[in-house]
Design a protein around this ligand. Structure first.
Ligand code: K7E
Ligand code: CUA
Length: 665
């Protein structure tokens, strides 16, 4: 029996590995219809209709594209240092990447979640997960800055994340890897998995006004892997659904060992019940350590607070929080339709799509009708909670989104296609090939109560022959399909940065007018701001040199600096004096390890430099800002330690002169 299951698993794996080639659609050019170009065409000078916020995967960043054109509008640095803006390098932003493990320059970002009000996208923030070192980020959609990053303790592999409730009461994050919790002695044999490894789900509350995140509580769950999730809505508001795999609790060769069981689970979490337990004091306070990084818009500076405590509710000891619904087989996506009644599981290794009924689930729970228990959590009967199955939809279903007209769109990794099916009668209505190996797909608002059924976007894993070759690494790719008619129609391919796991497209009208044009310099409360050239100065405090510098088209004040010596720590605090849209200045100094800044109008940014040799070092503006941009430059003189050169600085008439101490050490 075991043997035969083992072989089944192997065959499925072979299908997974080879399926790609076997199912590669032919005649790809024919798939594009004649009027496609017109539908994706946004004339020069015209705006796109949607912003598409797309994860960069292993780049740790987020990209913003316009739709339907597919034009790249911006890359927002989130969990990775950014050589464009200096995020993570400048003194003001370094703290954003702090964790309990130290400052981490790079992470893996998978999922984007838009904030919601009444179950609809409200255009205030987008959230993203740091997958490797578990963190959640909040991005402000007026500035396109990462405003906050919250580390998650008791977590490993923050994949099932982030997912928001209908009013963004919570953004929720589940663990991919179960591990011993942080307060345990983690020095245990790996094969003691079943005894010592646990999963957690973090419920992060979001302040209605400021957006500030806080871990409200964590749920301790059995040692399994959580993959993805979605919040209930409408009638199922108050519930969360998580896809679970590795219910085998394997700890090695998961490819085979976590594919043994016919059914894994969708876990239903009653978070209102969890709140009750929390209120009743059933939570256990645990000592942990995690970083909470907040970017303050007033001081334009990020800071880190290390938190030391989290409240944990054990779902195995507190009945009524968690239930398991059996779901075939190694489910990946877990998606809730706009009505909140249907929950779609997507077993990567299953040849059907199970659709669960929230109403049936509640009936089964209310009548205490369980099949069994899994690590003290009730397991409901598959037949009791199943609304129905979509039969033979395709191979390797991953993710489902909805059009709000009663249809679902599911991505199929192995058969490389999107399949449209009807939720009520579970009949397949249409299928469209993707090029190739689609992962997530998204419809604007397609996971909310109010989808905008204009487009579906495919985020693909493989591009192979779609673009001009660029060496071994090819651009990954998204594809845009018009879904306004009965049949899906491919209208555009566009390359993406990193790996586009998931994206959320938001109607431009919801956010474009709130976009900030510049920072009011009068409200700049940075500790090192320079308001006006008259206030520019250089100060020495021991071996610390602070240079309060201004930038305006097309000069820097001061642009000649002398009297700095070897062994000094030099801080260039550059304030961009412009008060106009689209006039950043840059700053760079030769030999600096964190070499460059990009400074928005009205903003202050600081570059730290420890000169490593005596000499003259030029600095200059790196962003072409005017016809005389190339003249926007200056020099700093570094003298030997113990030199008598006095501290002096200025621009033009005020530039220092006559400090020739050559040979006078
Ligand atoms: Cu399917 Cu990380 Cu959401 Cu990628 S995951 S596909
Ligand atoms: Cu300022 Cu170029």
């Amino acid at each position: 029996m075991r043997r035969s299951k083992y072989f089944t698993a192997i065959i499925i794996i072979i299908a997974l590995v080879t399926g790609l080639q076997a199912c590669k659609p032919k005649n790809t050019a024919n798939a594009v219809s004649a009027d496609a170009a017109q539908k994706a065409y946004v004339a020069p000078g015209k705006y796109d209709e949607f912003y598409d916020f797309v994860s960069g995967g292993f780049s740790g960043q987020m990209a913003v594209y316009g739709l339907p054109s597919g034009r790249l509008l911006r890359v927002i640095p989130v969990f990775s240092e950014d050589p464009q803006s200096g995020y993570g390098y400048s003194e003001e932003t370094k703290a954003m990447l702090n964790t309990s493990h130290g400052q981490i320059p790079w992470d893996d970002l998978h999922h984007i979640e838009a904030s919601q009000t009444n179950g609809e996208i409200d255009g205030r923030w987008v959230f993203a997960n740091g997958n490797n070192t578990p963190r959640l980020a909040r991005i402000d959609l007026t500035t396109y800055n990462t405003s906050e990053i919250l580390e998650l303790p008791n977590s490993a592999g923050n994949h099932s994340s982030p997912f928001a409730t209908e009013n963004t009461e919570y953004v929720v994050a589940g663990t991919r890897f179960s591990v011993p919790t942080d307060n345990m002695n983690g020095d245990v044999p790996i094969d003691s998995y079943k005894k010592n490894f646990r999963g957690t789900i973090s419920f992060v509350s979001v302040d209605k006004d400021s957006g500030t995140m806080k871990i409200a509580f964590q749920l301790l769950i059995p040692g399994i892997n959580l993959d993805l999730s979605h919040a209930g809505k409408g009638p199922s508001h108050g519930w969360f659904f998580f896809s679970c795999y590795n219910t085998e609790q394997a700890h090695t060769l998961l490819e085979v060992n976590a594919s043994q069981r016919d059914k894994d689970f969708v876990m239903a979490i009653n978070w209102k019940k969890a709140e009750e337990y929390l209120k009743a004091g059933k939570g256990v306070k645990q000592s942990v350590k995690y970083a909470h990084n907040v970017y303050d818009e007033k001081t334009q500076t990020a800071s880190t607070k290390y938190e030391t405590e989290v409240t944990v509710l054990d779902t195995r000891a507190l009945p009524g929080i968690a239930y398991f619904m059996p779901c075939p087989k190694s489910p990946h996506g877990c998606d809730v339709d706009p009505t909140g009644e249907y929950i779609v599981g997507s077993g990567k290794l299953a040849a059907l799509i199970p659709v669960f009924s929230f109403e049936k689930m509640m009936t089964a729970i209310n009548s205490n009708k369980y099949d069994s228990y899994y690590d003290s959590i009730p397991v409901l009967k598959y037949e009791d909670v199943l609304y129905g199955e979509v039969k033979k939809p395709g191979l390797g279903p991953l993710h489902t989104e909805f059009d709000g007209k009663g249809n679902a769109y599911t991505s199929f990794f192995i058969s490389s296609e999107i399949v449209k099916w009807n939720i009520k009668d579970l009949k397949v209505l249409d299928r469209a090939p993707t090029y190739y190996s689609i992962g997530h797909l998204s419809i604007p608002g397609g996971d909310t109560r109010k989808p905008n059924a204009k487009y579906v976007i495919a985020y693909n894993k493989i591009t192979k022959d779609r673009y001009l070759p660029t060496g071994p690494e090819l651009a990954q790719s998204a594809q845009l399909y018009d879904i306004s008619g009965d049949k899906m129609q491919l209208i555009l391919d566009f390359p993406t940065i990193g790996e586009p796991h998931y994206g959320q497209a938001i109607e431009a009208s919801l956010i474009k007018d709130k976009s900030k044009k510049f920072y009011d310099i009068n409200h700049n409360e940075n500790a090192f701001v320079t308001k006006g050239e008259g206030a520019a100065k250089v100060t020495r405090n021991g071996n610390r040199i602070d240079i309060y510098m201004t930038a305006i088209r097309s000069h820097l004040v001061p642009d000649n600096i002398e009297g700095v010596k070897m062994g000094d720590e030099v801080y260039f605090h550059v304030t961009n004096q412009e008060q106009d849209w689209d006039v950043p200045h840059g700053f760079a100094v030769k030999g600096a390890i964190a070499p460059e800044l990009l400074i928005m109008p009205g903003e202050t940014r600081t570059l730290k430099w420890e000169p490593d040799r005596v000499g003259i070092f030029p600095f200059y503006c790196t962003d072409f800002c005017s016809a005389l941009h190339q003249e926007m430059s200056g020099y700093i003189r570094i003298s030997p330690k113990g030199s008598k050169v006095p501290l002096a600085f200025g621009t033009g008439d005020k530039a220092p002169g006559g400090n020739d101490t050559t040979g006078v050490q």
